[in-house]
Design a protein around this ligand. Structure first.
Ligand code: PMH
Length: 385
């Protein structure tokens, strides 16, 4: 794989594929040998880049991939991924032939959908996973009656193959486990209504996989922990092994200027220099997912912390420097410089959100650089192919 230098701005994400590999190996060691590991690479691999993460996950022992929508599955297929893929979200029944064409398994949660899909299949066969709603209240079959009707339909329509049954937990990332236990019990109750058992039964996300090894059934869905991010701050200290954060975000100072006392910075002129100050301009802004709420957030430059001052613009923002530095200095917005670290969780805290949202929000305009063995192995820039 050659290095493709096709990006023309000094702002980039680095994804350390060795971290992804290690996070997967550590989880795999805790699973029964027969348990299938489903790597969740929806939302462009939680912002890390679906294709490279899928490839790395498969090389590291993942058996199956999961995405949210069929478009994401087709993207992986079109880029050479041949492993089984499950679409976790809703698909149109009129699109089933596409799922067949790309050999993608679909999530089903309504009898009506199956009835409507059948004529569109024109006799071809498709794999489905039936989603049970045990308390998430999102998508899923909720009653015995629906299960019996769906089973009857599947018995009469052998071209629709029930490959899996699954559910999703609402609170596995909380220390209090009462609601989780309710969901587990409901899952087991609903499973008992099936007269056949499909190849795959799965319910665990990262939090459940890490904290409740008994819940693996015969597959687990690993999302956030594969990326080395904790499912919640609350359970961070209960994790069985340290997760390795793969994502970092960097830019370079494009201009360094000295302000006089009283000089203003950025839209609204909300920031005013209290004295003579050195200010650096960074080529990253809210259109990159570096949101306006990040005013005041610190970044790392030359191993030291520097705060963002004034409003974050669409493509740029400004930082207050400890003193003069050369333009071109590397700035780390998420990641490490020397002994200083700014984690995805730090940014999530500043944005009053969760780490999932931070990496997903860093937009396609920011190229992703992949590292392996400390070397840059590939650049992915969706803007310039
Ligand atoms: N399975 C389903 C159905 C999911 O929706 C998700 C994550 C996962 C597995 C992976 O969970 P993990 O990343 O905690 O391991 N879904 C979402 C979501 O819809 N919003 O945030 C995370």
């Amino acid at each position: 794989m050659g290095i493709n230098h096709s990006f023309y701005r000094d702002t980039w994400v680095e994804v350390d594929l060795d971290c992804i590999k290690e996070n997967i190996s550590r989880l795999k060691k805790r699973l029964k040998p027969e348990t299938k590991l489903i790597a969740v690479v929806k939302a462009n691999g939680y912002g890390h880049g679906a294709l490279k993460i899928a490839e790395t996950a498969l090389c590291s022992g993942a058996d199956y991939l999961a995405v949210a929508f069929m478009d994401e599955a087709i993207y992986l297929r079109e880029n050479g991924i041949a492993t089984p893929i499950l679409v976790l979200g809703a698909s149109r029944y009129s699109d089933v032939k596409k799922a067949v064409q790309y050999n993608v398994a679909l999530t089903v949660f309504q009898l009506e959908w199956l009835r409507n899909a059948q004529p569109f299949l024109e006799g071809s066969s498709i794999k489905i996973h039936l989603k049970l709603d045990t308390g998430m209240g999102r998508i899923g079959v909720r009653s015995k009656k629906e299960i019996l009707e769906i089973e009857e339909f599947l018995n009469e329509n052998k071209n629709i193959l029930l490959e899996g049954i699954f559910t999703h937990f609402a609170t596995a990332d909380e220390l209090e486990s009462e609601y989780l236990e309710k969901q587990i019990n409901r899952f087991k109750e609903l499973l008992a209504f099936f007269s056949t058992s499909p190849a795959m039964i799965h319910c665990s996300n990262s939090a459940a996989s890490l904290l409740y090894p008994d819940l693996q059934f015969n597959a687990v869905r690993m999302g956030i922990s594969m990326y080395g991010l904790t499912p919640s701050v609350e359970i961070e200290s209960s994790l069985p092994y340290p997760l390795k954060e793969a994502f970092s975000l960097h830019t370079k100072v494009v201009q360094v200027k000295q302000l006089e006392k009283g000089d203003k910075v950025s839209y609204g002129a909300t920031y005013e220099a209290a004295e003579e100050e050195w200010v650096g301009t960074l080529p990253i802004g809210y259109a990159d997912g570096w949101l306006r709420k990040l005013t005041g957030q610190e970044v790392l430059v030359n191993g030291k912390r520097a705060p963002i001052i004034g409003r974050v613009c669409m493509d740029q923002c400004m930082i207050k420097l400890p003193g003069y530095i050369e333009p071109g200095a590397k700035v780390t917005l998420i990641g490490r410089q020397n002994s200083e670290v700014i984690s995805v969780n730090d940014i999530a805290a500043k944005l009053e959100t969760i780490n999932y949202e931070v990496t997903c929000t860093i937009s396609n305009r920011v190229p992703r650089i992949y590292r392996k063995g400390g070397m840059c192995i590939e650049v992915v820039n969706p803007l310039i192919q």
